[in-house]
Design a protein around this ligand. Structure first.
Ligand SMILES: CC(=O)NC[C@H]1N[C@@H](C)[C@@H](O)[C@@H](O)[C@@H]1O
Length: 442
């Protein structure tokens, strides 16, 4: 079948369909790496959506917002900066300090492969405006200074060599090299974002050079798109889809278009009727935060539950890794990725390539939950949140055979009036969420 071509108008763009691969892959790795990884500092405060924006920006837990946390001239991070670096130390002075001296992109790619991730999304330019690729339009980039390497190019090659798709993140609306009034609340976010036609043109040209140079499978725009160039959006999207046949974009294009909805921590409205993606850091930050060690980041059990609950409700999980400035991935984050990969080795059949079951998730009274996915006529039943040593568990409205994907698990099924009672002989909590195949029962 000849390749569909898009033209630069909304009528054409709105015919774009989400490619199967994006629905099949279920699990990706976000990477926030940049100048902010040098100070690597933020208070460990709240999840996005837990407090109002005035409180949020005063003690911002996002370490990648270090520039703004200095710019507001008060709060935890500002005080830390003055004490550690001095009042006159500018954010841009971190550039020569970012050496990435221990960075091995192949090592990262192999770890991502072992984690079971099917795609990666790397920050090419975050709100600070520093580019992790050799942009033709600014020297404020990682080839001209700092690491002096094409981070985006090297990682794209390494990730693709492992058979994993490469996506790119771009901060479309905010670039503090063009407009840097301090942001104290959400209204500032959209009030002080880069308002000039000059920036609109700059960002359009950068997005086009990213598409042409790297042909990313995902174009993950953030916050929004410059109002001044909103009419140029369909031209960009047509160019992207014509260049990258299986490309997908998120929903952060001023609400004008999306292939998939996004949820970030507690922020974002999604439901199972439309494809969506859940993104979050392993702790409360995307950029590496020295205040987030093993105790402060999501436990393996909860990360696996998050993946299962997201996939069962038509979502993908994009879990973030915040590397250190030297290019190593913090041990506690690596541990979580490996736990996910090990669990997926056993239970991935019920995750990858599945679709929403007609059955909706059921939360039981004792905080356990039953989630469902489907693959053709086969149903997969996930039992989530079991305590160590649980001996039995009732699954409602399932009456057929249930085969555990974890071959270590010894179970017996007992039919009851309301479903199936599972007798678990040797459940251990390191088996995490259990998955059972109910062949032909979707
Ligand atoms: C909801 C929203 O616009 N979030 C912006 C937020 N996105 C995260 C993935 C990180 O890149 C944050 O630093 C960024 O501000």
């Amino acid at each position: 079948m000849s390749k569909k071509r898009f033209i630069g108008n909304w009528e054409s763009i709105k015919t774009h369909q989400v490619p199967e691969w994006y629905d099949d892959c279920k699990f990706g790795i976000f990477i926030h790496w940049g100048l902010y990884s040098v100070p690597a500092y933020a208070p460990h405060t709240w999840e996005l959506g837990e407090v109002d924006s005035k409180e949020w920006f005063l003690d911002n837990p996002y370490a990648e917002w270090y520039y703004n946390s200095l710019n507001i001239g008060k709060g935890h991070t500002y005080d830390h900066h003055v004490e550690k670096y001095g009042r006159d130390f500018k954010y841009e002075d971190f550039a020569p300090m970012w050496k990435a001296e221990n960075w091995d992109p192949d090592k990262w790619a192999k770890l991502f492969k072992k984690s079971g991730a099917q795609y990666v999304v790397l920050t090419t330019k975050h709100h600070d405006g520093f580019c992790l690729y050799p942009s033709k339009y600014t020297d404020f980039n990682c080839v001209k200074m700092g690491p002096k390497r094409d981070i985006t190019g090297e990682l794209t090659n390494a990730v693709r060599a492992e058979g994993i798709r490469m996506g790119l993140y771009y901060s479309g609306l905010i670039d503090w090299q063009y407009a840097n009034d301090p942001i104290f609340e959400d209204d500032d976010l959209f009030g002080t974002s880069s308002p000039t036609f000059e920036y609109a043109d700059y960002s359009y040209k950068q997005m086009m050079e990213l598409v042409d140079t790297y042909e990313p499978s995902v174009f993950w725009n953030d916050i929004g798109w410059p109002k001044q160039s909103e009419e140029m959006m369909p031209y960009f999207l047509a160019h992207y889809y014509n260049k990258v046949e299986e490309g997908v974009v998120n929903d952060r294009f001023n609400g004008r278009f999306r292939d998939f909805l996004t949820k970030e921590y507690k922020q974002g409205k999604v439901d199972r009727s439309e494809k969506w993606e859940m993104c979050r850091g392993m702790g409360l930050s995307f950029g590496y935060n020295e205040n987030e060690g093993d105790e402060q980041i999501i436990p393996e059990k909860d990360l696996i539950s998050l993946l299962v609950g997201t996939v069962a409700n038509n979502g993908n999980l994009l879990i973030n890794v915040g590397p250190k400035a030297d290019g190593t991935i913090p041990k506690e984050q690596e541990k979580r990725l490996l736990a996910l990969g090990k669990w997926l080795e056993t239970n991935g059949e019920g995750i990858y390539g599945t679709r929403c079951s007609r059955r909706e998730s059921v939360v039981m009274d004792n905080d356990t939950a039953v989630h469902f996915t489907a693959k053709g006529s086969d149903l997969y039943v996930f039992v989530d949140g079991l305590e160590e040593g649980t001996k039995e568990f009732d699954i409602p409205n399932i009456f057929g055979e249930l085969t555990p994907l974890n071959k270590e698990l010894q179970t017996e099924s007992e039919k009851t009036a309301s479903g199936t009672r599972l007798h678990l002989k040797n459940y251990r909590k390191d088996m995490y969420t259990l998955c059972f195949k109910a062949a032909g029962q979707e």
